[in-house]
Write a protein that binds this ligand. Structure first.
Ligand SMILES: NC(=O)c1ccc[n+]([C@@H]2O[C@H](COP(=O)([O-])OP(=O)(O)OC[C@H]3O[C@@H](n4cnc5c(N)ncnc54)[C@H](OP(=O)(O)O)[C@@H]3O)[C@@H](O)[C@H]2O)c1
Length: 303
């Protein structure tokens, strides 16, 4: 069964390309390669400091491929230093400009942590500790996000790096319910409770790091995954991406070469016994610590 083309209720292709890529040239070539391989869902963020390159690659790729804007799904994220309600719309407009778009398919609050407002994305005190902003709640920020949907320039809004405990009260108070929750998820971090809540409420669960950020050891080298890959004649990455789709999540992956883009887009479903074997893996490991402090890993300084 081909799985990649399926869209969910908000028109998001389930197989997404993530743009957390170090280097301008690398961002442009990987984004072009992804578009060419068939990816139509692109995940970016103000924090990745490469929205301009993503925008440039998308513009060129759409023109070259005769692809319409409406045929791609583009997401970006509000950074922690812009949680004050009056900063949300300017941050959104700045992202749209850099991406060369006039509307966004999805805008996410990147993390539930508010940092000191300002241009410094990573504000620290003299001891190197993050300076948080205690004057704004997540709901205050959410209200400003809702206004963006009202304005017609943002089709859907959601949250990232959020726990079920934080999501439930926000969900209950929200006038416009979160359409998407983006969190780390893979066989070592299945986030089953959060996934169940999302399914019950019709929220898209969007898994990042479905290959465990490519860390080794990690899910890409798990003996169960390696064994299944051999049995079904797919690569370990294809097995992990298929598992993510088959359990009802959308996913983001970041291939950085044309061959890997084709590999990661060529996903077909696993036999049920193989799917169940992966679901039974007991190893538990979180690879990204962003949920603890709001500071994501894997951001190159000055990128
Ligand atoms: N919300 C958040 O806080 C947050 C945090 C992190 C990421 N994200 C989003 O999620 C996206 C995906 O995350 P991710 O890039 O960590 O996901 P991932 O797909 O789990 O990991 C990517 C890593 O896997 C390797 N890889 C990719 N395809 C492979 C293949 N076919 N075989 C073997 N290795 C392969 C890559 O290695 P090479 O480098 O060697 O190519 C890369 O290092 C990001 O781009 C970003 O958009 C969001």
């Amino acid at each position: 069964m081909e799985m990649k083309a399926t869209n969910n209720s908000i028109g998001m292709p389930l197989l997404g390309f993530g743009t957390l890529i170090i280097g301008a040239a690398e961002t442009i070539s990987a984004t072009r390669d992804a578009l060419e391989a068939g990816f139509r869902h692109f995940d970016s963020a103000e924090r990745y400091r490469n929205e301009s390159e993503v925008g440039e690659a998308l513009q060129a790729g759409l023109a070259a491929g005769g692809i319409a804007r409406k045929d791609i799904f583009v997401t970006t994220k509000l950074w922690n230093t812009n949680h004050r309600p009056e900063r949300v719309e300017p941050a959104f407009e700045a992202s749209l400009n850099r991406l060369q778009l006039n509307y966004l398919d999805l805008y996410l609050i990147h993390t539930p942590y508010a940092f000191q407002p300002g241009d410094e994305q990573d504000p620290r005190d003299e001891n190197g500790n993050v300076i948080y902003d205690r004057e704004v709640t997540l709901l205050d920020t959410w209200r400003a996000m809702e206004n963006l949907v009202d304005s017609g320039r943002c089709r859907a809004i959601g949250l990232s790096d959020i726990s079920l405990k934080e999501l439930v009260p926000l969900y209950e108070s929200a006038r416009i319910k979160p359409a998407v929750v983006q969190v780390e998820a893979h066989p070592y971090l299945p986030e089953t409770e959060l996934l169940e809540f999302c399914k019950e409420k019709g929220i898209v669960f969007l898994a990042f790091a479905p290959l465990g950020h490519g860390m080794r050891p990690g899910p890409l080298e798990d003996p169960v995954v390696l064994d299944i890959a051999e049995r079904v004649e797919k690569t370990p990455a294809q097995v992990l991406l298929a598992w993510a789709l088959q359990r009802g999540t959308a996913l983001l992956t970041t291939p950085k070469s044309p061959a890997r883009a084709r590999e990661n887009f060529d996903i077909s479903s696993l036999p049920e016994d193989a799917f169940n074997e992966i679901s039974r893996i007991q190893t538990r490991q979180r690879f990204n610590q962003v949920v603890k402090t709001g500071v994501p890993g894997f951001i190159a300084k000055g990128n």
